[in-house]
Every structure is written in structure tokens, then in C-alpha cells.
Design a protein around this ligand. Structure first.
Ligand SMILES: Nc1ncnc2c1ncn2[C@@H]1O[C@H](COP(=O)(O)OP(=O)(O)OP(=O)(O)O)[C@@H](O)[C@H]1O
Ligand SMILES: [Mg+2]
Length: 281
């Protein structure tokens, strides 16, 4: 479980706090989706949950950041990374640059932990199969497309089997099929007991896979709830997050008098199908 209590943070030399008095709870073995406009502070939050702030970025952090009951503030990065894996926003920056093949790249973290060679090989093979990149294992990490690099970055993190995984826009370089596969992998990790925090703009997939959504706006967690509750919230536009195409179609239909005023708006395909065929949500 992840609990943030009254967390405030300012980058070094910054004039204002990026996040102020943030409260956030993520239950163990669930997928939490974090949404927010560009610049809202999602990446900053991801770095706080994974100990990169303040260890790497410095700055001024206050409040409590607890992962499975232990306060992460003040803990060394080497200890934090054993608990929380972070897949950073740009996959190119995650590639270590120290290894010649994708296989070695994925094994890099395990090697640092002193994992026995047999176990390492087996875990790399398994994660590659899970993400369908087995055919890339002997390639150079630099001879890959952006999407392939993103899958390698995700594999390098999943292979470590940390109890918590934080993914900062892990599907930004992927096509729809690759994106869907990553979400399915996240659901499997959740079912295996891992706590997943995903920062994403793809609302429809979040709606399908996340257990809860949290909106970052104005330096705070402006709202938390089930995906259905959050995606139908009329404040989503003001928060700069937008809405799914189903909600947009519902809103337009309501404005034209095709749906009753005050009718709940659909957020998913199934709900849209129900609403537009005349049923209530
Ligand atoms: N290293 C830094 N030093 C100073 N300010 C920073 C630093 N990194 C980010 N910021 C500022 O903090 C704010 C939040 O940035 P952050 O990257 O967390 O937003 P985000 O929600 O992840 O945005 P995006 O959707 O574009 O990835 C922005 O105003 C940004 O300019
Ligand atoms: Mg970001």
C-alpha cells in the first residue's frame, strides 16, 4: 500500500511548490491511474513515490511517503529502488548505455543485485515472453524503434519484481496493439499482487483497467474515485484532462436534447451502447 500524507514539494531554486498538501492512498495489488494536464506534476509525483525525489532531484520535500508501512522520505535510493520500480517517461533515458544487447540490458538490474546467472537468464526469458520481445533479445538496445525501447524499459523494471511499480506514460511510443498489451500485462501484475501506479493520458484504457483514478490539478490530488466516477466528472475539462470520446458524444447528444438533461454520461463503449440504445446507465 502507498500512502502520501500532506506531501509538499518544490524543485531546487523554484519559486513555488509543484505539489502542496497532497494526500493519496493506493491499495496493495491494485492499479491506480494518475491523470492531469501537462505540467500538473504527474512525473514529480512518480519521482516522489519512487524515492528519486529528493534523492536525485534534491529540492524541498515534506510530509510522509509510506510504502507498505515504511516511510520512504530519507531512505537511500538504493533501498527505495528495491521497493518501488520506476519506468521513466522517456524510454531512451532509461536505457543504461552500458550493455550491448537487449538481453543484457534487461538483466542489468538483476546483475547489480547479484542474481545467480541461471535465475537471471530464466527471468529475462520470461519477461521477454510476457512483453513479446523475445525476438529482440540479441539486438542492440540502440537499434530499436521508440516503441521497442519502451517495451525494453518496461521489461527491465518488471524483471526486478519490486512490490510496487510506477510507470510514467509507459505507452507514449507504442501503437494501439502495443498499448493494449502493456495494459494487459499491468492487469496480470496486479493479479499477481503487485501495486501499479500508472500515469497516462489514455483515458479509455485507464477506464478499462484501473481500479481507481486520481486527478492532479492545482498542485493537489483534486479528485479520487472509480474510473467511472472520475471520467464522468464535469470538472475534468477544467482540470485539463478532457474526457473519453463516449463522454464527449454523450455530452453532445445531451446538448441537442437527444438525452435527458441531467442524464449520467457514458464513459466507456459498453455504457455508450446502453445509453444510446435508450437504456439508463
Ligand atoms: N527538474 C525540475 N526543476 C524545476 N522545475 C521542474 C523540474 N521538473 C519539472 N518541473 C516543473 O514542475 C511542474 C510539474 O512538472 P511534471 O514534469 O511533474 O509535470 P507532468 O504532469 O508530468 O507533465 P507532462 O504531462 O508534460 O509529463 C512543471 O511546472 C515543470 O516545469
Ligand atoms: Mg510527466
Amino acid at each position: 500500500m502507498i500512502t502520501l500524507t500532506d506531501v509538499s514539494y518544490a524543485y531546487p531554486d523554484a519559486e513555488r511548490f509543484v505539489l502542496e498538501h497532497v494526500h493519496l492512498e493506493v491499495e496493495r495489488a491494485t492499479i491506480a491511474g494518475i491523470v492531469g494536464a501537462s505540467g500538473a506534476g504527474k512525473t514529480t509525483l512518480a519521482k516522489i513515490i519512487s524515492g528519486f525525489i529528493p534523492n536525485v532531484d534534491g529540492g524541498e520535500l515534506s510530509g510522509r511517503v509510506e510504502v507498505d508501512g515504511d516511510d520512504l522520505v530519507g531512505v537511500a535510493l538504493s533501498e527505495a529502488v528495491a521497493r518501488v520500480g520506476l519506468v521513466i517517461q522517456n524510454p531512451f533515458n532509461q536505457i543504461s548505455g552500458a550493455r550491448y544487447s537487449v538481453r543484457e540490458e534487461i538483466a542489468f538490474g538483476l546483475e547489480n543485485l547479484g542474481t545467480p546467472r541461471d535465475e537471471m537468464a530464466e527471468r529475462v526469458a520470461r519477461v521477454a515472453e510476457l512483453l513479446r520481445i523475445t525476438q529482440l533479445l540479441d539486438r542492440s538496445p540502440y537499434a530499436l524503434s521508440g516503441g521497442q525501447q519502451q517495451l525494453v524499459a518496461i521489461a527491465s523494471m518488471i524483471v526486478l519484481r519490486t512490490p510496487v511499480i510506477v510507470m510514467d506514460e509507459p505507452t507514449s511510443q507504442l501503437d494501439p496493439a502495443g498499448t493494449r498489451m502493456v495494459f494487459e500485462v499491468l492487469s496480470r501484475l496486479r493479479d499477481a499482487g503487485i501495486t501499479v501506479v500508472i500515469l497516462e493520458h489514455k483515458l479509455e484504457l485507464l477506464c478499462e483497467h484501473a481500479d481507481r483514478l486520481h486527478v492532479i490539478a492545482d498542485g493537489r490530488v483534486a479528485a479520487s474515485g472509480s474510473p467511472t466516477e472520475i471520467l464522468a466528472d464535469p470538472r475534468m475539462v477544467a482540470w485539463g484532462v478532457g474526457s473519453t470520446r463516449y463522454t464527449q458524444a454523450g455530452r453532445r447528444a445531451r446538448d441537442r436534447g437527444l438525452l435527458p438533461e441531467g442524464a449520467p454520461l457514458p464513459v466507456s463503449f459498453d455504457e455508450a451502447a446502453t445509453v444510446f440504445s435508450g437504456g439508463a446507465r
